[in-house]
Design a protein around this ligand. Structure first.
Ligand code: SAM
Ligand code: SF4
Length: 522
């Protein structure tokens, strides 16, 4: 389906709305989107997880003609917006795009919800507790909406791609005005207009990904570090994960568009870019006309005059030799690789559909270490996957030690509706899962503290991001290997890369003193 067809389809007016009585007395769990369609006279296109799961061969087009229609160009003048962001960097970056669109429409940003004319909750669906937080926030905003009926309260991001979430909002949170999906962000101007002028809720969630829309405006958070999407979606279908359904199929941006964006950021004075994708190692696999992968892209970006380049997230399966060879060249490519392993047990990895084993992961780590002996490795780990045995958990613990991860994001498995793992019976009690998480965290903390100790008395290069959150007299920034450093130094160094002598190592951060000369950058 192309962009034009989608736009036309989103103007659905259910002709038989009044006749749709079925489902009126069903419990919420049994209600489908059809049961809610009767309330709509304007846009109502709810998500469908089965459609979202399908992978078609439709060609993905790239559009360079994004613009705000004249009749809504200044609709936001004198008004303010607030976006609350939950979840990963991808969401943070989507928020920057939405802020860009709203700013072009004349809105100004505010941090005070009482001042806002639009509040958007950009949500995360990865775990149940992330979703609970959002539902809590929707509840907290109800009195404000009652007080200010013209306030537009919107829910977007990954949760809005889930049918059960949309149905729950329809049923229990009548004060939400607007729901739109991750593939509908570029339609924000039209959706806001619709929301302003129609009395009904507006729901537009495309279940299948759309085309790639370039040149969307962005208001970036800060002037030092920037995110750059290199691809969208995920085709890996790990059995626990909702992302392939909320973010659609893998679509890579064209190399020239990415390179131009990074060059532009460098010219604006940004010091660091992080290349973003759910699975950046699959970059380029969807190109039909050229063989150009992440290694090639990194090799081209390496030549751009920007001091630091990071990338996230890597999937071990697609981490190829070409990428290792390019990363080993160094320069602005940093000595830190985040390589989620999820489990140390080959049997659990098979059940997770990760398509690698403990052994092949360790082989990959050995190759990386051989090419880049100084690299810091960090990871993501899930404990308590359905029916994980004590032995299998111990395999995770031993792998963490063997690799020597210096940090890890650790999670208790959270069943997600619509994923294969959620349909499995699980014999591991919640208390056992919690105990495993504590044990794993103890080990990760110990390894982090040990790695930090090795920096005592060393001089490291720190990109200074600003004042420390806890103490305005202290500056904070990150080393090339992604260690947080708090140090005493001159405020004029904010935005610069400076040398800091480490005086004290803590578990998750380093303390130090700035060495007088700032580092010459590139
Ligand atoms: N694409 C990345 C990869 O493959 O490693 C990760 C993206 S996901 C947003 C971030 C992390 O959330 C995953 O690495 C995984 O550890 C965790 N995660 C995903 N689904 C989960 C679930 N159902 N329960 C607990 N943790 C989950
Ligand atoms: Fe989720 Fe797996 Fe895709 Fe990562 S690679 S986003 S964990 S399905």
């Amino acid at each position: 389906m192309n962009e034009q067809q989608r736009k036309e389809m989103s103007q659905i007016i259910p002709g038989d709305a009044a006749d749709r009585k079925s489902g009126q007395d069903k419990p919420l769990k049994e209600k489908t989107s059809d049961d809610f369609a009767k309330y709509f006279e304007t846009t109502y296109e709810p998500p469908n997880i089965n459609k979202a799961r399908k992978r078609g061969r439709d060609k993905i087009n790239v559009h360079y003609d994004f613009g705000i229609p004249e009749d809504i160009a200044n609709i936001g003048e004198g008004k303010k917006f607030l976006i609350r962001t939950y979840g990963c960097q991808m969401n943070e970056h989507d928020t920057e795009v939405m802020a860009g669109i709203l700013t072009e429409m004349g809105y100004e940003s505010t941090a005070d919800k009482n001042e806002a004319d639009i509040i958007l909750l950009n949500t995360c669906a990865i775990r149940e507790n992330a979703e609970n937080k959002v539902f809590g926030e929707i509840g907290h905003l109800k009195p404000l909406k009652l007080e200010k009926p013209d306030l537009i309260l919107g829910v977007c991001g990954c949760m809005s791609q889930e049918e059960s979430v949309v149905n729950r909002i329809m049923q229990k949170h009548q004060h939400v005005d607007l729901i739109f999906g991750t593939h509908n962000i570029h339609r924000l101007p039209q959706l806001i207009k619709e929301s302003m002028f129609s009395k009904a809720k507006v729901v537009e969630v495309w279940s299948k990904e759309g085309d790639i829309i370039e040149n969307l405006p962005k208001v970036r958070h800060g002037k030092i570090k920037a995110w750059v999407n290199i691809m969208y979606g995920c085709d890996k279908f790990c059995t626990y994960c909702i992302v392939p359904m909320t973010r659609g199929k893998e679509r890579s941006r064209k190399p020239d568009d990415i390179i131009q964006e990074v060059r532009h950021l460098a010219a604006q004075g940004y010091k660091e870019v992080t290349l973003l994708g759910q699975n950046v190692n699959a970059y380029g696999k969807d190109f039909e006309d050229v063989a150009y992968g992440l290694g090639d892209l990194m090799d081209d970006i390496r030549k751009i005059d920007i001091p630091r380049v990071r990338f996230t997230t890597s999937h071990p399966r697609d981490f190829d030799e070409r990428l290792i060879e390019v990363l080993a060249k160094g320069d602005n490519l940093l000595d830190h690789i985040h390589l989620p392993v999820q489990s140390g047990s080959s049997e659990i990895l098979r059940k997770m559909n990760r398509k690698y084993t403990r052994e092949s992961y360790l082989e990959l780590v050995a190759k990386i270490r051989e090419a880049m002996p100084n690299t810091t490795l960090t990871t993501d780990i899930i404990v308590g996957f359905p029916n994980e045995t004590e032995e299998q958990f111990e395999e995770t613990m031993s792998l963490v030690e063997e690799v020597g991860f210096e940090a890890a994001y650790t999670f208790i498995y959270s069943p997600r509706d619509g994923t294969p793992a959620a349909r499995k019976k699980d014999d591991v009690p919640e208390e056992v899962k919690k105990q495993r998480l504590y044990r794993l965290n103890d080990l990760v903390n110990k390894q982090s503290a040990e790695s930090m100790k090795t920096y005592e008395d060393a001089v490291v290069k720190v990109l200074v991001e600003g004042e420390s959150k806890n103490n305005p007299d202290v500056l904070a920034g990150y080393t090339e290997r992604n260690k947080l450093v708090n140090f005493k130094g001159s405020k004029s160094s904010i935005g610069q890369i400076v040398e800091v002598k480490i005086t004290e190592a803590k578990t998750w951060s380093l303390n130090g003193i700035m060495v007088e000369n700032t580092v010459e950058v590139n």
